[in-house]
Write a protein that binds this ligand. Structure first.
Ligand code: ATP
Ligand code: MG
Ligand code: MG
Length: 678
């Protein structure tokens, strides 16, 4: 078990593994029947998942959940997760998005390189097969070309309570549909003139089964296939085929697709006979590759074939020939090995006859379960205060509401990255929020909590003054003998991790403090600076406030204070004076000026797009404030994407694009929860 982090998908997978269903699907035998031997020799049973984004935008936090789930489950159970571009819709897809998605998934820490193979796939590479599957459905009486207008089709679909009405084209001869479909492909008809529909049941209570469209005409250039096609498969038709061709075992998707599952299963069951052809082609290529690898690879492969073949029937001529070959292996391995070229010729020549043997033997190299995938649904992630729809995110970018896909207020992966989120924090968030079958909302604060929990133990500390006012220590020269004296101070880079080293800075007669750390008239319970009060300068001395300087508008231009001698932190007697407030500060003589971008939620409404609301009307006007801050000199050389905890303020990161040591730019990732009074 996986304790509190268990979820229903893990339970399904564990059930499949425990029951031997996965193994059974792969080996054609149950674990108890002696196939342990084969399994011991071969790789362990594997699950196969996939992450299938459409390259029509940048990935967002909802995708991170799906990525975590698919790659995470595959990793956890020793399987493989395919990175697949679901690029069957030409109009909105672009190479820019493909590249950005690859970057995002890698940055999140996942890889699709497994067992020596890159599992990066494009659905558009299967267009030939999908077209064949469509023709096959027509030939077998399961699809027809419908020439009704889109309006007629919509009107005849029926309602939840009324059955649909059969199209007049529904029972046309297969040959006629086939001819029309080929014309569609040949570009002989304009967009929308006709569609190919699955022939299922116009009276089904599940509207998705009322003869859904599976191919439509679209005279559009595709980012991968160019102008090779002017018809494109519908997502609901393409997706199950993609899963089946890639031997996905668990096809995980969001709840909206639950009603599509019957069609998913309907379709795959009908095309089983042709599904095997591309698998054989892949098997052939793999055998060719093994053959060129020479004796060792051939030997191993022959051994695997032998072990797999031992459990076969001998019904066909091909099986008998195979069995004869294996029989020779039993008493004269050397002869079989000498005969390896013949062995491969036999395999290749009779490939289509050897399904079970090859399936098992080849599964050592890449499992070929020769079985159909299953779809499982979970509730999509809804995060408060953000929108997670690529279309709406694109609108925010296109309308200039944010600075781009990677604006630090965007819930995109690039946005979160630029904001300073770590892959670990995002993963932690995904794990903690779990997987459910019930739709719901997750509060945005969970993301911030995960970030804090990740950075708390990692991020070096530093002092920064975000809203500076000058503080003058009026007795400095008197106490230290010279106005030029600088009092060296040190602090641990991280209070619990001395191995991260020390920060060095110094105190002088003028320092920057937060404007809010001084009040001429303190409210009740205010422990910071006000005339007559004493506070500690962190890592420095106790000081006593004596007053302030103001300009003609009454604005405080400087706070005045005196140093209390012999109170330096870390020296004997430092604690003799008890104070209730500790202030962060930066010496004027060495402070580094920095731009600090104080980000907050982009929307003021927790559900910015719920119930048809226009998210543009609920923008948070204060989602970005830019501050001219002063930071500790130790941060002057920070590289881009370096994360720090600014003491009392929260977590900050140097901006991925705009930061330079000569012009430091920090983004606030998240504030500290409860920072005052410390
Ligand atoms: P969008 O509506 O933002 O365009 P999508 O679902 O159309 O999202 P895809 O590119 O098809 O985007 O998504 C790839 C995968 O990510 C799908 O399997 C989808 O189920 C999953 N996914 C998308 N959004 C979420 C979400 N909010 N929570 C969980 N999974 C999601
Ligand atoms: Mg989609
Ligand atoms: Mg979408």
């Amino acid at each position: 078990g996986h304790g509190s982090s268990s979820n229903f998908l893990r339970q399904i997978i564990e059930r499949d593994l425990a029951s031997g269903r996965l193994a059974q699907r792969r080996w054609g035998g149950s674990p108890g029947d002696g196939s342990h031997h084969a399994r011991g020799l071969l790789d362990p049973a594997r699950i196969r998942t996939r992450f299938p984004p459409e390259p029509n935008g940048y990935l967002h936090i909802g995708h991170a959940k799906s990525i975590w789930l698919n790659f995470g489950l595959a990793q956890e159970y020793g399987g493989v997760c395919h990175m697949r571009f679901d690029d069957t819709n030409p109009e909105k897809e672009e190479q820019e998005y493909v590249d950005a998605i690859v970057d995002a998934v890698r940055w999140l820490g996942w890889s699709w390189e497994a067992h020596g193979t890159s599992h990066l796939y494009y659905a558009s590479d299967y267009f030939d097969f999908m077209y064949r599957a469509a023709e096959y459905l027509i030939e077998t009486g399961h699809a027809y070309v419908d020439e009704q207008t889109p309006e007629q089709m919509r009107a005849n679909r029926g309602t939840l309570t009324e059955p649909g009405i059969d199209s007049p084209y529904r029972n046309r001869p297969a040959a006629e549909s086939l001819a029309r479909f080929r014309e569609m492909r040949a570009g002989r008809h304009p967009d929308g003139a006709m569609v190919l529909r699955a022939k299922i049941d116009m009276a089904s209570p599940n509207i998705n089964l009322r003869d859904p469209a599976i191919y439509r005409i679209k005279h559009a250039t595709h980012h991968n296939t160019g102008d090779a096609w002017c018809i494109y498969p519908m997502y609901t038709f393409a997706h199950p085929i993609e899963d089946a061709l890639e031997n996905i075992t668990h096809s995980i998707c969001t709840l909206e697709f639950e009603d599509q599952r019957p069609f998913y299963d309907w379709l795959l069951e009908r095309i089983v006979p042709i599904l095997r052809a591309p698998q054989f082609e892949r098997a052939r290529q793999r055998i060719e590759a093994l053959r060129t690898q020479g004796l060792e690879a051939g030997k191993e492969f022959a051994l695997r074939c032998h072990n797999a073949g031992a459990k076969l029937g001998r019904n066909t001529h091909a099986e008998q020939r195979m069995a004869a070959l294996f029989a020779r292996w039993e008493h004269d391995r050397d002869a079989v090995l000498r005969d390896l070229p013949t062995f491969f010729d036999l395999l290749l020549g009779e490939l289509h006859q050897f399904t079970p043997v090859l399936a098992q033997a080849l599964s050592a190299y890449e499992p070929e379960p020769f079985d159909l995938p299953h779809q499982y649904e979970f509730a999509r992630l809804n995060l408060t205060y953000v929108v997670t729809s690529k279309r709406k995110l694109k609108a925010l970018v296109d309308e200039g509401i944010v600075s781009g896909w990677d604006d630090p207020r965007m819930p995109t992966i690039v946005g979160l990255r630029r904001r300073g989120y770590t892959p670990e924090a995002i993963r932690l968030f995904c794990e903690r929020t779990g997987v459910s079958k019930a739709p719901g909302w997750i509060d945005y604060s969970n993301l911030e909590i995960a970030l804090r929990d990740d950075l708390e133990g990692k991020a070096p500390r530093a002092m920064a003054v975000l809203d500076p006012v000058k503080l003058k220590l009026t007795n400095w020269a008197q106490v230290f003998g010279s106005a030029d004296h600088r009092e060296p101070c040190t602090a641990l880079a991280h209070p619990q991790r001395p191995e991260l080293g020390l920060r060095q800075f110094s105190l002088g007669p003028e320092i920057w403090i937060e404007r809010d750390d001084f009040r001429e008239q303190p409210p009740k319970g205010y422990f910071r600076l006000f005339p007559g009060n004493q506070v500690r300068l962190k890592y420095g001395y106790v000081i006593e406030c004596t007053g302030c300087e103001k300009d003609e508008t009454g604005q405080v231009t400087a706070v005045l204070a005196t140093v209390v001698p012999d109170t330096k932190s870390g020296t004997p007697g430092a604690d003799a004076i008890k104070v209730k407030g500790t202030l962060t500060w930066v010496g004027v003589h060495e402070a580094v000026a920095a731009e600090v971008r104080l980000y907050d939620r982009l929307f003021a409404d927790p559900q910015p797009d719920a119930g048809g609301k226009d998210f543009r009307t609920v923008l948070n006007p204060d989602s970005l404030k830019v501050a001219a801050a002063y930071i500790e000199p130790s941060l002057a050389q920070a590289p881009a994407e370096a994360r720090f905890q600014f003491e009392r303020h929260g977590y900050f990161v140097t901006d991925r694009h705009d930061h330079a040591p000569t012009r430091p730019v920090f983004n606030r990732i998240a504030s500290l929860k409860d920072s005052w009074g410390k």
